[in-house]
Design a protein around this ligand. Structure first.
Ligand SMILES: Nc1ncnc2c1ncn2[C@@H]1O[C@H](COP(=O)(O)OP(=O)(O)OP(=O)(O)O)[C@@H](O)[C@H]1O
Length: 909
């Protein structure tokens, strides 16, 4: 049964009196106002402490009230159900607190506490915004109809040149994009309004819309005109008088919150909240969003961005912006919104795309919907292990080997190893046609010096080197031939003289100075004869082996195998650097040598990329990419011709046009090309990257425009960054700026406080983190000495049931994962774990590394001691404890580790 409640209603005084009489409300409870609104579907937020609805389609109601200074809390009393009463976060003075209560039988909901508002003003505001929203949708419908008409009117595609077909293709693609844009309008199209002192109103939304006269109806949130929606505060000098947040559910306005920024203008009953300079922007809308259920996927926060976040998002595209921030401060959200803003603002970035790098595939699934929801598809989402097209790491590797391969000195090792492959200058013999020729060391050295002049890559320089040697060898062979001819000639003349003498008959002319093949028998070889000699030389496998061997064409993969698989080569390359001091004394040669063969590891990717950069492309040996591209173009051309019924154009001719104008979408082209120059890159969980991975990444963005977000207290990889100074110092020529986010939007203050000793153990000087809300969680710990797996699984089942459909993560050390996942799955069907983690599952069992960047309604940390035992155990524990939006349980074997000792104990009940 669906129950509809009035959108807004004042509390019923009679009913209130009855509630006081029956003791549900206390006499001292002051009820000044209460409002209800309904939105079908959904569940109460986890933080409400209310059970999930068995039939969520019945109703979900929320109460929105302004809480005045001095109030401690507001409480929602739900009569006629046995649901607990709700105590929300202690309100900030002057802020709005949304309270969500799910009511199966909503006979009455009252708000108590000192709350006040003017429901008539709100009612009017909602009607006003509903009218505006209706107008926006009318315009959207009109634009949609135009796009559909254009699509229908597009020529069927018969006949015409290949160029015409391509133009038609491009036009259809543009119309389809426009249609997709307009479809996005169904979700949160309009969310903000600014009233300026001069009476101008700006309506802000997910996209820009204009009326038929081209006057703006809706300003895209990214446009400069929208900036003050996120940043204007009382006393900030802006001319904004009122900021209004409009909450919508599809095409219906469900709530309005006003903040008056020009307090002198605000009357006492303006129906709006005053705004403190340090308060949140649109607090009611923000709190509603923060306490909503997690879905397993990140959503955009475009309606509730806060000032410090907005300033980062809008800062210019130049240089590298490092955003440091504790857990939950919105770094990921900010980085993605910044990418959307840059794509919108700078055409040159849109033309070359944005690279988004995240720590693992699960994290990419978690964030993948954010940019499309903001209308941006020109981004390539990737992880460090897929940054090198065509190479997939399949091999696990020791942390010590991985750390060694990630060390910045490996760049010198690779460079030295590459140099070692360039023509060692020693006398070298080769045999051709039964004769032995010598390439003198001095000739090889000169050719090498000519080839490396001008800073060419290894393979280009190698081509020049080999060409010089081929030419030299040809000279040697030709000279040898000339010598033979001279010898023959001299022998012939001697013979003639002998004959002359014997015949006593003089001669001054030899028969035929030029023979039939054009060879000048006087000693100079004709050009075409030289070419013939060169061709014969090149066809000689032994000669080619000697010349190619002096400076071989190399692929990065072959080079890496040759290097790591050959102890002598390693010794020689490592001799280039002071191994004791730079790579440690743990036997770098042995560690690296051992890691040869058996596929690629993650750390190999950056080494291969470094090698690829120095080696350059080897087109001669690798035509396959070009062949594959041609086949793809041909197949596509045939499909287009077949589907459009075009005659008179061959698939080959059309494919030729594709080759000139690659029809793959930008993101596809970029992802397949190692040398693609992205317009901007976003690097998330950036603290995890090794110095060698940084070199690889920075190469992808020659413009040097990057947004790097991370937290140096959450670093878990052995070769990751624990100070941004190290990173900036390693690349002094780049332009760096480090900024900080300070407020945790994910984790309630109680959890932040519970994690504080861990943070302080990591860094005693770390600033005290602040959360946006409190009162939503009571972290606990429990000693589980016997049957850790079974005990944890049981607790997980209990917690999962208590979440009533909310998302639970059990975070455990890697060695427990398999057993724990199967034990939890026995009790909680549908539990997901391991590779290919299903984020839609309401229960997951994961390691701290896998949990990076994710968030859940509740978290159970299994075996705190086991997590702390890892090389970066404190960081891992800090990550694990800060993934929750509400509940946190910590399980430990034996005495509680010191860093969690002050968390209250929960007894097994
Ligand atoms: N202004 C905001 N409005 C609404 N929600 C927000 C806002 N800022 C952050 N959040 C929410 O807070 C949560 C944490 O954000 P996010 O994952 O971006 O933080 P983070 O700094 O990357 O965290 P971590 O370092 O722990 O991975 C997300 O659910 C995000 O949507």
């Amino acid at each position: 049964m669906t129950t509809q409640l009035d959108l807004y209603s004042a509390p019923d005084p009679e009913r209130t009196a009855e509630l006081k009489r029956t003791g549900i409300l206390e006499e001292s409870d002051l009820i000044t106002a209460g409002f209800l609104a309904t939105a079908p579907g959904g569940h109460p937020p986890r933080n409400s402490g209310l059970p999930r609805l068995e039939h969520p389609e019945e109703t979900e109601s929320w109460v929105d009230a302004r809480v005045e200074e001095g109030s401690e809390f507001i409480k929602v009393v739900v009569e006629s159900t046995d649901m607990p009463t709700l105590r929300t976060a202690a309100p900030r003075a002057g802020g709005n607190i949304p309270v969500t209560a799910a009511v199966a039988h909503p006979s009455i909901i009252d708000v108590r506490g000192r709350v006040s508002t003017d429901e008539q003003a709100l009612d009017g505001a909602i009607r006003e915004e509903q009218d505006y929203l209706d107008g926006l949708y009318a315009r959207v419908e009109q634009l949609r109809a135009e796009v559909e008409a254009d699509l229908a009117a597009a020529p069927a595609g018969h006949g015409g040149s290949a160029q015409d077909l391509l133009d038609r293709d491009a036009r259809m693609a543009a119309l389809a994009t426009r249609r997709a844009d307009l479809e996005r309008a169904e979700n949160g199209l309009y969310f903000g309004r600014l009233d300026r002192a001069d009476g101008e109103r700006i309506h802000i939304g997910r996209m820009g819309l204009r009326d038929e006269e081209l006057s703006p109806l809706l300003v895209d949130w990214r446009a400069p005109a929208a900036a003050s929606f996120y940043t204007a505060t009382v006393g900030s000098g802006s001319d904004v008088r009122r900021r209004r947040h409009i909450r919508t559910g599809r095409r219906r306005v469900t709530g309005v919150n006003d903040e008056l920024l020009d307090l002198e203008q605000a009357g006492p009953d303006d129906g709006a909240e005053g705004h403190q300079a340090d308060a949140f922007v649109g607090e009611a809308a923000l709190m509603e969003s923060l306490t909503a259920h997690r879905t397993g996927r990140m959503g955009d926060i475009v309606a509730t961005l806060q000032g410090e976040q907005d300033r980062i998002i809008r800062s210019g595209a130049e240089g590298i912006l490092v955003v440091q921030g504790g857990p939950g401060t919105g770094k990921t959200a900010v980085a993605l919104h910044r990418a959307a803003l840059l794509l919108y603002t700078y055409p040159r970035i849109a033309e070359s795309g944005v690279l988004v790098v995240g720590p693992n595939a699960t994290f990419l699934s978690y964030i993948e919907a954010v940019l499309p929801s903001l209308g941006e598809t020109q981004a390539v989402l990737t992880t460090p292990d897929t940054l090198l097209p065509g190479v997939t790491p399949t091999r696990a590797e020791d942390a010590a080997v991985a750390a060694l391969k990630g060390h910045p000195a490996m760049a010198d090792v690779i460079a030295a190893a590459v140099a070692d492959r360039q023509a060692p200058a020693r006398d070298t013999d080769l045999t051709f046609d039964g004769d032995t020729f010598q390439l003198a060391a001095s000739v090889i050295a000169a050719a090498r010096s000519h080839a490396t002049r001008g800073g060419h890559d290894f393979n280009s320089a190698g081509r020049a080197f080999r060409e010089e040697l081929w030419s030299h060898v040809t000279d040697l062979v030709v000279a040898h031939g000339e010598q033979l001819l001279t010898d023959v000639e001299e022998g012939f003349e001697a013979e003639l003289r002998r004959v002359d003498a014997s015949l006593s008959k003089g001669t001054d002319q030899l028969p035929g100075q030029v023979d039939a093949a054009g060879t000048e028998v006087t000693g100079t070889v004709a050009a075409h004869e030289r070419d013939r000699v060169r061709a014969e030389l090149e066809a000689d496998a032994d000669v080619a082996a000697v010349i190619d061997g002096l400076w071989p064409a190399l692929t990065p993969e072959g080079f890496r195998e040759d290097l790591l698989g050959d102890r002598d080569r390693l010794v020689s390359a490592l001799a280039a650097i002071d191994t004791d001091q730079t790579l440690g004394e743990s036997g770098p040669i042995e560690l690296l040598h051992r890691s040869a063969g058996g596929g690629w590891s993650l750390a190999d990717i950056a080494l291969l990329d470094e090698a690829a950069e120095l080696l350059g492309t080897d087109d001669t040996d690798n035509p396959s990419a070009a062949v594959a591209a041609r086949e793809r173009d041909l197949a596509y051309a045939r499909r287009v011709l077949a589907s459009t019924g075009t005659r008179g154009v061959s698939a080959e001719a059309m494919a030729d046009r594709f080759a000139e104008r690659d029809t793959r979408v930008l993101a596809e082209r970029a992802a397949a090309d190692r040398t693609w120059a992205y317009g901007h890159a976003v690097v998330d969980e950036a603290q995890e990257l090794s110095p060698m991975q940084w070199r690889m990444l920075l190469r992808r963005v020659p413009s040097g425009s990057l947004t790097i977000v991370g937290d140096v207290h959450q670093t878990s990889s052995a070769d990751g960054t624990t100070s941004w100074d190290t990173l900036t110092a390693a690349h002094p020529r780049r332009r760096w700026q480090v900024v900080e986010l300070t407020v945790n939007y994910r984790t309630p203050q109680e959890v932040v406080d519970a994690a504080l000793p861990v943070l302080r153990a990591l860094d005693p000087t770390a600033p005290q983190p602040v959360s946006a809300r409190s009162g939503a969680s009571s972290p606990w710990r429990l000693q589980v000495d016997e049957d850790l797996i079974g005990g944890t699984a049981q607790l997980a089942a209990q917690e999962h049931a208590a979440l009533a459909g909310g998302h639970l993560a059990v975070i455990a050390p890697p060695e427990l994962l398999t057993d724990l996942a199967s034990a939890v799955a026995d009790l909680v069907p549908g539990t997901s774990a391991g590779e290919g983690l299903d984020l839609d599952s309401s229960c997951v069992v994961i390691t701290p590394t896998q949990a990076k960047g994710l968030e859940f309604d509740g978290v159970l940390v299994a075996d705190v001691g086991g997590i702390l035992a890892a090389p970066r155990g404190l960081s891992d524990l800090y990550v694990a404890m800060t993934r929750t939006t509400s509940g946190l349980g910590l399980l430990h074997v034996g005495d509680a580790p010191e860093v969690i000792a002050q968390v209250p104990i929960r007894s097994l009940g």
